[in-house]
Every structure is written in structure tokens, then in C-alpha cells.
Write a protein that binds this ligand. Structure first.
Ligand code: MG
Length: 297
């Protein structure tokens, strides 16, 4: 999520309607266009659009069907929908709103009012997204926070259980972090945490859930990854951190990490707390055995 310009997709099978809405909304957002339901669905997903202005009568899928599919797909469910249509009966309007649309605008409309309405709802959408982002990330490092990890892990493990997939979990802790704070001060300590997060993001996969667990401790949930594969990934990560010292003003600061790892066997437990505890025990052994190493449960 970023602060770049938001995207609105205008969907209508009549080009003249697209032109008219585009004129009205000029300057509010990046405007993109689709002339069919299928195209609208593809575009909403591809562009991760914030909002879609949706005609109801389309040549392939109806606008109502498009709205339903958008809301049912986790990749597009956050896209705000506004119907813009000539279908003006109370039943149709109620149906559209019940499908989750934020508004239902009936043609012919007043251009000024439409612009103001769209702008207000776009602001609301952006504020909601910002709130979601803030509630899921750690303020200092930008990694996911612990709350989000638990939320997503629960869903992931249930899904894994259904499809009989394996997963793994990693607990990672910076070695002698207290000495960094004591020797260089807390702002360098904070910098070290951010540096570590950056190296981890570069080394982990897009689908791995990487979260700050607390202090200098981090937790990674690796979906669809067995213990052996996770062990390789953990070793690579440990090496990358060791060989990517952080640049301070006139020197380099070397960091090492200890990693505890556990393959998740869903027959044994599908409670994320249980598996974090297992990985944490392995981490304890990694520390006790001399740090800078990976220990698999
Ligand atoms: Mg139409």
C-alpha cells in the first residue's frame, strides 16, 4: 500500500458514458476504463483499484454479478463499488446496495453532485485502507505486527488443514542486541531493527508472513513449506544477515541471528500458539548452543 494516486475504474459498455464520467471526475484519481464485466474484474484485480464505477447493463456479466464476484474474491473485496445506472427502481437500487455497493447513482445525474459523492466515498475508502495498514504493521520497522500474524496464521492453518498442506514457522532473534543498544544508543538499535527487516524482506518470499514479535524477536510463517525446505531458507537468511553489515557513520555493524524452526504438522495441532512455542524452544537451544545458528525442532 502506498501514497501513489488512487485508481478508479469506470465500467460502461457505451463509450459516450465513459467519456462523460471521465470528464466529471478528471483530477480526482487515476481513471481507467472497461467495457465489459469480465474486463472489469480483470482490471480491478490487476490494478488493485480503490474504486469501481459500475454500469449494471453490460454485454456479458451484469454489473450486479461483477459486484458479487469482486466482493467474494479476497484480492478485490476491498475495492469500493458505486453503481451508475439507468435502472432506477427501488428494488434494483436496494439489490445493488445489499451486494455491498457504497452508493447507487441513477442516470440522468447531476455532474457536480456525482463528483462530490465520488470524492467523499474515495476519501472514506482511502482512510479505511490506511487504518487497515496501521493496524497490521509494526510502526518502527514496517514489518507486520503480532496481532496481524495471529489473525492471518489462524486463517492460513485452517486452509492448510483443509487442503492437507504443510507449513513451517520460524522464530528469529538478533544475537546480543542489548549490546548494540548499550554501545551505540537506542536510535542505532532502532536502525538495526529496520536493517534486519529489510534484509529479511529481500530474502523471504512474497507469501511468507514476516512479523515483529516483540523487542528484537521476529516470527515468520512459511506457507506450503515443509521443514527441510524451511531449514534451507532459514540457513540462507542467517547467512544473508551475517554478510550484510549495517553501515554506520564511520564503521560497519555486524549482526548475527539465532533461528528456531518447526515444521507444522496439523494432525498434531492447528493452534498457532502451540507452534510458536515449539519454534521458540528450538530458538532457545540455538541460543544456548552458542548463537548464530539454526535449530530445527
Ligand atoms: Mg450499459
Amino acid at each position: 500500500m502506498s501514497s501513489i494516486q488512487p485508481t478508479i475504474i469506470i465500467v460502461d459498455d457505451e463509450i459516450i458514458n465513459i467519456h462523460s464520467l471521465a470528464r466529471i471526475l478528471r483530477g480526482t484519481a487515476r481513471l481507467c476504463f472497461a467495457t465489459s464485466g469480465k474486463q472489469a474484474l480483470q482490471l480491478a484485480k490487476k490494478l488493485q483499484a480503490e474504486m469501481i464505477l459500475l454500469d449494471v447493463m453490460l454485454p456479458d456479466l451484469s454489473g450486479f454479478e461483477v459486484c458479487k464476484q469482486l466482493k467474494n474474491n479476497p484480492e478485490t473485496s476491498r475495492c469500493s463499488v458505486i453503481f451508475v445506472t439507468a435502472l432506477g427502481s427501488t428494488a434494483e437500487e436496494a439489490h445493488g446496495l445489499r451486494l455491498g455497493a457504497l452508493d447507487y447513482i441513477i442516470k440522468p445525474f447531476n455532474p457536480t453532485i456525482v463528483r462530490e459523492r465520488v470524492q467523499n466515498l474515495l476519501n472514506l475508502t482511502l482512510a479505511y485502507r490506511k487504518l487497515e495498514e496501521l493496524s497490521s504493521t509494526d510502526f518502527l520497522t514496517g514489518a507486520f505486527n503480532r496481532r496481524y500474524l495471529f489473525e492471518i496464521a489462524d486463517t492460513e492453518l485452517k486452509r492448510h488443514r483443509r487442503h492437507n498442506r504443510s507449513a513451517s514457522i520460524m522464530m528469529l532473534d538478533i544475537d546480543h542486541f542489548k549490546e548494540i543498544n548499550d554501545n551505540y544508543g537506542h536510535s542505532v538499535g532502532d536502525q538495526a531493527l529496520r536493517h534486519l527487516v529489510q534484509v529479511c524482506h529481500e530474502n523471504l518470499r512474497e507469501e511468507d508472513i514476516f512479523a515483529r514479535f516483540g523487542g528484537e524477536e521476529f516470527c515468520v510463517l512459511l506457507p506450503e513449506t515443509d521443514a527441510a525446505t524451511a531449514k534451507d531458507a532459514a540457513e540462507r537468511l542467517r547467512q544473508s544477515i551475517k554478510t550484510a553489515p549495517m553501515a554506520l557513520d564511520e564503521q560497519f555493524l555486524n549482526m548475527t541471528v539465532s533461528i528456531g524452526l518447526s515444521g507444522i504438522t496439523l494432525d498434531e495441532s492447528d493452534d498457532i500458539n502451540y507452534w510458536i512455542e515449539q519454534a521458540d524452544k528450538a530458538l532457545y537451544h540455538a541460543k544456548k548452543n552458542g548463537r548464530d545458528q539454526v535449530v530445527l525442532r
